[in-house]
Design a protein around this ligand. Sequence first.
Ligand code: KG4
Ligand code: ZN
Length: 341
Amino acid sequence: MSEPIVLGIESTCDETAAAIVQGRTLRSNVVASSMEEHARYGGVIPEIASRAHAEAFVPCVSKALADADLELSDVDAIAVSAGPGLAGCLAVGVSGAKALAWASGKPLYGINHVIGHIAVTQLQFGPFPKDTLALIVSGGHTSLLHVEDVARHIDVVGTTLDDAAGECFDKVARLLGFPYPGGPHIDRHAQHGDPHAIRVPQGLTQGKAGAKHPYDFSFSGVKTAVARWVEGEQAAGREIPVDDVCASLADSVATVLAKKAMRGCRQYDSDTLIVGGGFSANSQLRAKLLEFGRSNGVDVRIPELKLCTDNGAMVAMLGVNLVEAGVAPSVPDFAIDSAMP
Ligand code: KG4
Ligand code: ZN
């Protein structure tokens, strides 16, 4: 099989998505989001998201096949996110994928959504170098990984001890009155603010003594410091300089992420940094990583915006990696794992 064709299916949170990847070529990419239905609740409501997946599953898969000019019988394998994510949401995607695999006799891979976020960069930058470092930043995860082989061996060298970077942004955004998800609003306002206007601590710049991972992250103190400052200003009756708050927060978070990633690259002798996850859409982080990458001689691979947020291409791409590596498909009755490490 020269260039495997894989159908990827994603339903971990509020996006129902399906895509076809052939080798390193994206042949179709369909995303249906229930985000607007959750906005008025200030967060994703699992029950609403699950129902939306059930409605969007068949249309998304049909469109992904049609856009690629393929029938289900033309694909070599099906891949689906099996975790981590909301259990009810995962159940819809995985059950649908199992039904498709059963009816078509195609092999099925239950994949790790978080690893998909880094695998997707191959569509833009080609295969991973062997032994590379990867930074995953999303609403639920902030992790630094040592990727020996994306299909077989990945080690965690740092993870979030409390809030993930996206979560920290979303919580501060809520305080400032932005709708969910607040990350993109902070990004936009930060572009007009002074990043040094307010002193925001950098969360955990060094590894914690005795910590399991040398590059752990912590953003809960950052969030609390910003919240205290905002509340103090409000109590004093002063107007909140929203752009400056956003710029100072964004600068603090982006700097610590970029610094630690570069330090990790040096320690693991990696001249490439793979970046992924919804938060990698953040302009301040992108700029900081590219700037630090240039001065440290590290090739920083950040996906284009549409591949940063949840999509089916990331799932299909990791599926291609598994097929290429000769990894055995998942057993037909594999379980979802909402807390998959
Ligand atoms: O990976 P993702 O789509 O979903 C999870 O698996 O968590 O990431 C969503 C997170 C949210 O916290 C959202 O606020 C954040 O990514 N995000 C951003 C931006 N775009 C998305 N945060 C800051 N700046 C952005 N431009
Ligand atoms: Zn994600």
